[in-house]
Every structure is written in C-alpha cells, then in structure tokens.
Design a protein around this ligand. Structure first.
Ligand code: ADP
Ligand code: MG
Length: 721
C-alpha cells in the first residue's frame, strides 16, 4: 500500500494489459482473465461495492444503535480469537474493538483467517461494515479494515471479492491505476473514444474523469448517487456500453441492408386490399398499421428483419398470415415455425380456414414427418407450411423460401432459428413474441430489428377478471367452475411443469387425505368432482392423435373441461373457453400467467382466471395479486424483468443483455433510447475523423458484442462460449 517514493511510474492507458500494474504476475493475471479482466480498462470497470466514508465515522456507542446500517468506526483492537464452526470448515474470527467487555463492540469475520495475523492487539484501525443484531447482542459483521493512519479524509472505495481475488487486491491495483492514469490522459492514449461533443450534449464526463470519480470520489462528494449508480460518472459508463452495443447492432443492420434479397414481391395497395378483404373480420387499426409496415418491408430490396410485438390476444397470427398469403400470391414459399406441435397444428388449421383451398397449407411436425410434404416443399409445389423444429431439420429443403415467421420466438434456440433461415436465401424474417418484451430490452436485444407494435385488442374484448386464491379456498373455485360448466361454459385447469416432470400437487381432501397427486390424479379429482361434465386431460405425453381428438372435442363442445399442463400455455386459441384455473400459480412467472389467462375470454363472454397457490411469502402473494389489477402485458413484462432479470424472460436470446456490466434494463431505459438515437447519428458520420476512436473501440469490443453475420440481428456473446 505504501508507494515507493521518488520512483516515477510509466503512465498507464486503459488498453494496457493488467500485467503493467505492479505486483500483477502470471498467476494473478490468469485469475483476472478468468473473470474477463485483461486490460486496465477492464479492471477499472470493476466498480466499488461501497465506500468507506470517514465523514460518516461514528462513535462505538452510536454504532451499537445502528442495526442493519453500514457504519465506519475507528477503534483499537482489544482482543482477537479464532472460533470454528461445528464442522470446522468455516473460519470465524471474533474481535472486540475499543473498550473491554460491554464497552467494546464485537466484530465478527467469516472466512478471513488472515486477519488474525494482520490485526495487532492495541493498534487502532478503521472498520467499515454492517451492524447486525446477533444472538449475543449487536455486532459488526465482516468489516473491511484499513490502517487508521493511512486512511485519507475522503471517501474510500471498497471492493467485493471476485472469484479467487480478494477485494483488497482491487483496492490496491485500482488505486495504482488511477494514480498512473492521470499522466496517461495527457499523452492522448487514454482519450475518451466518445467524441467530446456527444458527451457534452448528454452532460456526461469524459471516461477517465468518470472512472476517477467513481474509484476515488472527491472529498466533498455526496455518496448517495454513487451507491445508487446514478452519478454522472456512472451514467457515462452506462451510456458508453449501450452506445457500443447499439453501434455494433446498427453496423450489422447496415451491412444486412446493403445486400439485396433474390426474391421480389408485388404488394401494392390493391393487393393489400385484396388480402385484407379475404379475412373474415376487419383488422384493428393497429393490426393494419403493422401489416403495412410488413408489406413495405417485403417490397424493399433488402430482406425484412422485423419483430412483431403485442399483448396476448391482439391478433398477431392473422397479421403473419397475411404476409404469408402475399408470399404465396407472388409465387414464393413461406414457413411458419411454432414452438409446439399443438400450436403448429392449430396454426395450420386456422390458416387453412383463412386461406381456403386456393392456398393450401402443409403441416410438418415431428409426429407427422410426411415425406410427401417434404417433397412438395423441395419441388416448390407447396408454398405454405406450418411446422415445428421439423422444418429446419436436414431432411427438409425448400425451392424458394422467401418468408420465415417465427411464433413465440423465445422458445427457440439460436441454432434452431438460424437453421431455418439458412434454408432460404436471405429470406424475410418476422419474429413474434409470446408476451410483450419491455421496450428497453427489445432495443438492446433486437436493436437491429425494426419493431411493429400492435397496441390494441380486437373489439369487444374485456380484460380477464383475475383472482388470487389460497389453496384452502379451492372449494370456492370448484363451485364457480361447476356453475360455469353447468350453464354450458368451457374451462381450462392448468398445472405447472418443471423440466420433464409433471409436478404433483397436494390437495387436502382429495383421495387419501392430503395426498400428493400427479397431474393425471388431479385431473381425475377435478373430473370426478365436476361430473357429469365431460373432460379431457392433455399432458406433454399425450399422443398426437389423442391430443387432436381432445382439442377437436373441446372446440365442438363435446368436452367442456380441459385439464392440462403448460402445453397449452402459449398461443392456443379456443375461443369458447371462459374460465381458467391455474394450480400452483406461484411456480409461474408473471408474464407466463398473463399469457396463460390470455387463453380465456377470446370469444363471447368475459374471461375469468383463478390463481390457486400454496404456501406463499408475503411478497410472492403481492406479486400474484399484481395480476388482479393489472392487464397491460407491457407493464407486467417490466415487473417480471425487474424481478427475474432478462434471462428468464427471454430464454436463449439473452447473450447481448448479459454482457451489459453497468446498464440496468429497467432503470436505464432513458439511456437505452439515447444510445440508440446517438448510434444512428454516429453511423452517418463514420468517416468523420472525430468518430474514428469510437468505431475503433466498437471493433475492439466486438469480441464482447459480436454480431454474427449469419443470424439476422443476433448480438452474440463470444466470451460466453
Ligand atoms: P395472439 O396475438 O395472442 O397470438 P391470436 O393471433 O391468437 O392472438 O388472436 C386471438 C384471437 O383473436 C383469434 O381467435 C383471432 O381469430 C381473433 N382476432 C384477431 N384479430 C381480430 C380482429 N381484428 N377482429 C376480431 N377477432 C380477431
Ligand atoms: Mg399467438
């Protein structure tokens, strides 16, 4: 920690390897590389977890009253001893600070055995940690320790441990970098890649200033914005990484647009009208707008990259169907990929009824691997096909595949989607989401796609009345269900599924008292209770023919209760259903529940949804209750994003978002938008020398934000591979 006096260190630049830092040898640099830290810039991106603030130093007496708060105290170590937990695996150190017995403050450290050697009895140090109420009174838990005489009278950054690397390493190494960076800035090697004018427009500090103020705040700095990561310095980092990502996506899109597709459509106004007039209902204004955007794309020389978003039940399928019809009428082939067989079968049926016999629709799924279909697709005699992943298997090839529609795209992996569009030559691509994706996330993950939004439901739809019901009140739900069925209604009961296992539920009073039942058992329980209404059970294991028979019977009203696992989760469109009961609702995500309840109330009559749950913590109960009042899929998706992070919400396409170190996709929506606008402007000025550093930086960082030319629009993380 003591700087060798008189020795002048060479200036560091952000691009320098970490090995330029004193004391970083092969072992340490290996450890750092494992955490993705290779350069000084990477190291400085490891931000403090908190700050020690001498100005906030409190007396021992005051500290004792500050339970659950961060405190800094200066005190003498009176005693230290090593405790071991019962299994002797966990090292626990206990120290008494300042005073003896009851006058002192107990400090406790887990897994820091080295402190026993480092801390000298009778010496004064500064301790920074959280006060907790323990069984033996208040104690200071895992405090950071600094030498009292070395601590400056300014806030000091505290770093968390990263893998094998202790926080103390970061404090020392980053401190050195900050010292040596000062000189680097002057020689131009550490100039901010973002042009000064852009930073000025956004009122942001230059990079080195931002890093310096985060790692070594000014003596008079207010720390609250630092701790909440909303200081201008933090915002510079957030903006910087979002700008780099948007530039990479924008550059990729530009490359994409420069290469024309081999096929041509004619979708003029007359053709558009003919297609719309063939539908059994009038499109909503929002559907028509989306369709116009799609048709305009189809006519362009470059192939379409478009994401179609809209809340459950807004009618995305029919919009995609119109695009497919346009392809077919232009003599081109179109493929519609759905995530489940059930959904593919249903889409095929509804497209067939929309298009009639003039534009036949083929079906290709794993359990209907019809060689005839494959042959017709290959020869081009079949133009329209709906299917599952069977569509992109090696055995399937197309004559002139021009349009690819992917429904519920988050269910497919990267490789699966890519395999499908590689079956065509630069096909037009339309992705559809199951539930809406928050705008910030869409701009990050689909930044190179155009967005179409359907923000309107077909006329006459009422929001699904939703009620959260604890397990003990299930009898009431059964009564409602019985009454609904008795008056001729139709209903779903849905069970969660985890992996391949069908989850069992505990139903008090069902069969043996309180027995755990499988879905089949629960189905039988419902079916018996609700006799004489005919019911059917569909699980992931139900055979295709059996499943089709049950769906057919449900559509015709022959059976009126469908008991199912989440195979019916997405997309299923059985308009007569009015009531949905979800079992073990706490096992579902909010967006998923919103998606599920969207299955009812699609025809006449208001839909009702009951969310039955088992034991719940209060926050989980509130989370479910949010669905009672909230019917806006976008708001729900945002709440989901806030709670579960982007991974769960998006499945496989999360790589780009996972690479964001500083930006937070809910908090930083404003910066996402700003970065997108600015990226667009930058791309127009790429040849301007003022932007050279910025584009170099984007290229250099392309290992992190690699955009794969083979997949339209995927910002892929190569560091993850
Ligand atoms: P989602 O957007 O959730 O995929 P769907 O495409 O399944 O929704 O459509 C929901 C239901 O609304 C379907 O039964 C569909 O036929 C119907 N629908 C779609 N558009 C309209 C419209 N403009 N007017 C009336 N009904 C419509
Ligand atoms: Mg759908």
């Amino acid at each position: 920690m003591v700087v060798a006096a008189g020795r002048r260190e060479a200036a560091l630049s952000l691009d320098d390897s970490v090995t330029a830092i004193r004391g970083v040898g092969p072992v340490r640099s290996c450890q750092l590389a494992r955490s993705g830290i290779e350069t000084v810039g990477d190291l400085l991106a490891h931000l403090p977890s908190s700050y020690q603030d001498r100005r906030a130093e409190v007396s021992l007496a005051a500290a004792r009253g500050m339970v659950d708060l961060q405190v800094t105290v200066a005190a003498t170590v009176n005693s230290m001893r090593q405790l071991w937990t019962r299994r002797r695996r966990l090292s626990v150190l206990e120290g008494v600070l300042g005073g003896s017995g009851d006058d002192g403050l107990r400090a406790i450290w887990f897994q820091r055995p080295h402190l026993l050697r480092r801390l000298e009895i009778g010496t004064r140090y500064r301790f920074h940690g959280v006060i907790r109420q323990g069984r033996r009174g208040v104690q200071l838990v895992n405090p950071e320790v600094t030498d009292d005489d070395l601590a400056e009278a300014r806030p000091t950054a505290v770093y968390g441990r990263l893998g094998d690397i202790p926080g103390s390493f970061f404090r020392r190494a980053i401190g050195e970098c900050i010292d040596r960076l000062g000189e680097g800035a002057a020689d131009g090697r550490t100039a901010d890649p973002i042009p000064a004018s852009m930073l000025r427009d956004r009122s942001l500090p230059v990079l080195t200033e931002a890093l310096r103020s985060i790692h070594r705040p000014d003596p008079e700095a207010d720390l609250a914005p630092f701790l909440e990561q909303r200081s201008p310095a933090h915002q510079r980092l957030i903006y910087g990484e979002l700008l780099a990502l948007q530039l990479a996506l924008g550059a990729h899109r530009r490359l994409h647009d420069a290469t024309p597709k081999p096929h041509r459509y004619v979708v003029d106004e007359a053709e558009h009208r003919r297609i719309e007039d063939s539908l059994p209902f009038a499109l909503t204004a929002a559907q028509r707008r989306a369709l116009q955007e799609i048709f305009a794309d189809l006519e362009r020389p470059a192939s379409m990259l478009r994401l179609l978003q809209g809340d459950v039940g807004c009618g995305k399928t029919v919009v995609a169907a119109c695009a497919m019809l346009a392809a077919s009428r232009n003599g081109l082939q179109a493929a519609f990929m759905a995530p489940t067989e059930l959904l593919a079968e249903q889409h095929a049926a509804s497209l067939r009824s929309l298009f009639g016999s003039k534009h036949p629709v083929e079906l290709l799924t794993g359990s209907s691997p019809d060689a005839g279909v494959r042959e017709r697709l290959e020869r081009g005699t079949a133009r329209l096909v709906v299917g599952t992943h069977a569509l992109f298997q090696a055995a399937t090839s197309f004559d002139r595949l021009a349009l690819v529609v992917v429904d519920e795209q988050h269910r497919f992996g990267v490789a699966q989607r890519r395999a499908l569009w590689e079956k065509g030559s630069r096909p037009d691509v339309l992705l559809m989401t199951a539930t809406p994706i928050p705008r910030s996330l869409a701009l990050v993950l689909y930044g190179d796609f155009d967005l179409s939004m359907i923000d309107e439901l077909p006329p006459g739809r009422l929001p699904v009345a939703t009620e959260v019901v604890p397990e003990r009140d299930r009898e009431r739900v059964l009564e409602v269900l019985a009454a609904e069925l008795a008056s001729g209604g139709q209903a779903f009961v849905v069970f969660p599924r985890i992996g391949n296992a069908e989850v069992s539920c505990v139903v008090p009073g069902a069969g043996n008292l309180g027995a755990a039942l499988t879905v089949a058992g629960m189905g039988a329980h419902y079916a018996t209770r609700l006799l004489p209404v005919a019911s059917g059970v569909i699980t992931g294991r139900t055979e295709r023919t059996e499943r089709q028979r049950l769906i057919g019977q449900f559509l015709s009203g022959e059976i009126r209760l469908l008991i199912a696992t989440t195979v019916i989760e997405v997309g299923i469109d059985l308009p007569a259903a009015t009531v949905m009961v979800v079992e073990s609702a706490e096992r579902f995500g909010l967006s998923q529940l919103h998606q599920l309840r969207g299955r009812v109330g699609r025809g006449r009559g208001r839909g009702r949804c009951y969310l039955i749950h088992g034991e719940l913590a209060e926050d989980a109960r509130l989370r479910l209750a949010a669905l009672e009042d909230n019917h806006d899929g976008f708001a729900i998706a945002e709440a989901d994003l806030l709670q579960r992070g982007p991974g769960d919400l998006l499945g496989s396409r999360q790589a780009g978002a996972a690479d964001l170190r500083h930006a937070h996709l809910v908090r930083d929506l404003g910066w996402v938008q700003a970065a997108r606008e600015d990226a667009r402007r930058c791309l127009e000025r790429e040849r301007d020398p003022a932007y050279r550093l910025l584009f170099d930086e984007v290229k250099r960082r392309s290992t992190r934000f690699e955009v794969d030319a083979n997949e339209p629009g995927l910002a892929r993380s190569s560091s993850a591979s």
